[in-house]
Write a protein that binds this ligand. Structure first.
Ligand code: UP5
Ligand code: MG
Length: 254
């Protein structure tokens, strides 16, 4: 259709290379909307507690429902079979029926808790969340922004992310802004960040670095082979890095 595709710049680089810091600067000068995939995932994983649905509350809810509604009809059948088969046969049919007596709402809440816990666990382990989750969050944020120029920070993180984003959105990045930074410097920056991120501890940092080298760098290489990578030396000061970034974003024909 005639709908104009948005302009997307992927901002990639290792953990602590300065993606978020520089994106904030680019937003101020060049009118982009900054979408950090990591920030979106962290917001999604926290949204549960804001709504009051912590995993323990949900577990309690489930136990109450199963206990109250399910067990009453189940126990009779189970008892019946236990007596008949000397405790060998369990009545799975009745179990499923009692499970179905949970209200639809309970299941939705429960699935949400499982989903949020999954995101939380993967971030804590430095693993890459399935692309379906991340892409949905990015698409929603793009729609909600009302803008048509986006910095997508920290995504795609592996080949699967990249291929899925392209297949789902049909968007190809205008270019890839790549922050190249030595590992020791990235580690040092993250350890002195102190923003309470659950993945900012030395064990998780090492895992994040490993995933970056094994899975994320190949994505940068892929775009490099298509001539789309703008590589920036990210080991310098914030201002020095931005001077270089500014040149990249300034239209050449002006
Ligand atoms: N700082 C910044 N620039 C500096 C400079 N030039 N000199 C000195 N200090 C500098 O910067 C980090 C720290 O360094 C800050 O304190 C800053 O002041 C200072 P920041 O701009 O925050 O760096 P950034 O590259 O954004 O680091 P971040 O930790 O956010 O990168 P990650 O890629 O590790 O984190 P992200 O949030 O993208 O992802 C986190 C996790 O989410 C992933 O590990 C993964 O589990 C999950 N995830 C997915 O599964 N899929 C996704 O698509 C995205 C994330
Ligand atoms: Mg960041």
């Amino acid at each position: 259709d005639a709908e104009k595709k948005p302009t997307v710049v992927f901002v990639l680089g290792g953990p602590g290379s300065g993606k978020g810091t520089q994106c904030a600067n680019i937003v101020k000068h060049f009118g982009y909307t900054h979408l950090s995939a990591g920030d979106l995932l962290r917001a999604e994983m926290k949204s549960g507690s804001e709504n009051g649905n912590t995993k323990w509350e949900c577990l309690g809810l489930l136990l109450l429902k199963v206990g109250g509604l399910g067990m009453a009809c189940m126990s009779f059948h189970v008892l019946f079979y236990l007596v008949m088969w000397f405790g060998v046969v369990l009545d799975f049919g009745t179990f499923i029926m009692s499970a179905l007596t949970l209200s639809e709402n309970t299941w939705v809440i429960l699935l949400l808790v499982v989903y949020r816990t999954m995101i939380q666990d993967m971030i804590k382990e430095g693993k890459i969340v399935p692309s379906g989750v991340t892409i949905k969050l990015l698409q929603k944020a793009m729609q909600d922004s009302g803008n048509d120029k986006f910095l997508i920070d920290g995504f795609p993180r592996n080949e699967e992310n990249r291929a899925a984003f392209e297949a789902v959105t049909k968007i190809e990045p205008a270019f890839v802004l790549f922050f190249d930074c030595p590992e020791e410097e990235m580690e040092r920056r993250i350890l002195s960040r102190n923003q309470g991120r659950e993945d900012d501890n030395i064990e998780t940092i090492r895992k994040r670095l490993k995933v970056y080298l094994e899975s994320s760098l190949p994505v940068v290489k892929y775009y490099d082979s298509k001539g789309k990578v703008q590589k920036v030396d990210a080991a310098k000061s914030v201002d020095e890095v931005f001077e270089v970034v500014k040149v990249i974003f300034t239209p050449k024909d002006e």
